[in-house]
Design a protein around this ligand. Structure first.
Ligand code: NDP
Length: 366
């Protein structure tokens, strides 16, 4: 096995100003790669996950200029001096936006405790940063553990075609709910109803968005899975039923304008009159709080649902680490279609993949 002594990475180029990512925010660097010490393994990044929270980290100063950009990854162990990882293992870890990274006894370079060896036979390994990873767990926690919708209730899911939204709506569907998605373009809305089998999907880009949503929810809304904020959220508020529940998962429409804490404050102020009148329960969601107690059950449950054809998913794959800033910006601006991933190196575990460029899978095969 050839050990690579050089590593390419995207580092934060400057402190991001208010707004959305631009070219100067990221800088490409190539430098020496440290080899594994005793107890460590060297891993090659196969897939890098693009997630909205990464922009929050950058803008809040958690990540400073020169830091390797944070990102969860699926990686292959290419050299090991660890008792835990063997050469050839495919693992979920947090290499960040770079080709190679070290893991050591359950901790990766960002100090995360989550690295785990993947079962290559249960699902494509890329799902470990998507439907069978944090995104799926986020949806499971918000719908299944927090809001607990009853059969027959109306559940509305924003960003319905995206990584979290796809899973959230389908879990509610499994629970017997009437599920209404909210998405942007009509092609996404069609995907949500035809492939993901939601009962309806409304475009927030339509001038009649609020009326369309009202029409799609004749019995009001019992559960709202919030990922977007802004005008999408404001269309939901008047439709909330008595004792309805909201999972506050995110508010991506605001991430370029304000920091997450400011966005949360504004969100609560706008919603307060409705919450009070309708006795609404808001469940703030941070997926990290659910890992320890629920990850194992979630993984078993979700893998079963996928195997049984109850859950489908779509990935939006960009080819090459070089594309990470473009893929990231596109995702934040809603130009993605499904869970956004960067394919950094060929994935030998799935023969029909890699496909060059952007692709999707599973929904068309299911
Ligand atoms: P997605 O794959 O859903 O991509 C983001 C989607 O958001 C876009 O496809 C777009 O869909 C929609 N969007 C973007 N900008 C706007 C806008 N201005 N107005 C309306 N819709 C917009 O991303 P993820 O699944 O990774 O994340 C979804 C949400 O979940 C985010 O808010 C994220 O921060 C949150 N999250 C929270 C976690 C937690 O622990 N609380 C963990 C993981 C994610 P469309 O074109 O259809 O509008």
């Amino acid at each position: 096995m050839q050990i690579h002594s050089r590593n390419d990475a995207w580092v934060l180029g400057r402190e991001p100003p208010e707004g959305w990512p631009t070219d100067g925010d990221f800088r490409w660097v190539t430098r020496d790669q440290q080899l594994p010490d005793r107890g460590q393994a060297l891993t090659k990044t196969l897939y890098l996950s693009m997630d909205p929270y990464q922009w929050g980290r950058r803008r809040s100063g958690t990540e400073v200029p020169g830091d390797v950009c944070h990102g969860r990854t699926v990686s292959e162990v290419i050299a090991s001096r660890s008792d835990v990882y063997r050469e050839g293992d495919i693992i979920f870890n947090t290499n960040g936006w770079q080709r190679f990274g070290l893991v050591g006894n359950g901790i990766d370079i960002f100090g995360y405790m989550f690295p785990r060896i993947l079962d290559m036979n249960s699902a494509p390994v890329s799902t470990a940063v998507g439907i069978l990873g944090m995104l799926g767990l986020t949806a499971y926690a918000g719908i299944y553990l927090q809001c607990r919708p009853q059969a027959g209730e109306t559940v509305v899911v924003s960003a319905a075609s995206g990584g979290v939204g796809q899973a959230a709506g389908q879990i509610a569907r499994i629970l017997g709910c009437r599920v209404v998605g909210i998405a942007g373009q009509q092609s996404k809305c069609r995907f949500v109803t035809e492939e993901l089998r939601f009962d309806a999907c409304i475009s927030h880009l339509s001038p009649s968005y609020a009326d369309d949503l009202r029409e799609a929810c004749p019995d009001g809304i019992d559960v709202y899975f919030e990922s977007v904020g802004g005008s999408v959220y404001e269309g939901v508020l008047p439709l909330l039923n008595q004792r309805s529940r909201i999972t506050l998962c995110g508010m991506i429409s605001q991430y370029g304008n304000t920091l997450p804490e400011q966005a949360s404050e504004r969100w609560r102020t706008v919603g307060a009159p409705f919450f009070q009148k309708q006795n609404v329960t808001v469940h703030p969601l941070f997926v990290g709080n659910f890992v320890q107690d629920h990850q194992t059950t979630f993984l078993e449950t979700m893998a079963g649902w996928i195997k049984d054809g109850l859950i489908r998913y779509r990935e939006d794959i960009w080819d090459g680490l070089e594309q990470a800033p473009d893929g990231f910006a596109a995702m934040l601006k809603g130009k993605n279609f499904g869970k956004t991933l960067i394919k950094v190196a060929p994935d030998a575990t799935t023969d029909d993949i890699p496909k060059p460029g952007r692709s999707n899978r599973n929904v068309l095969e299911a």
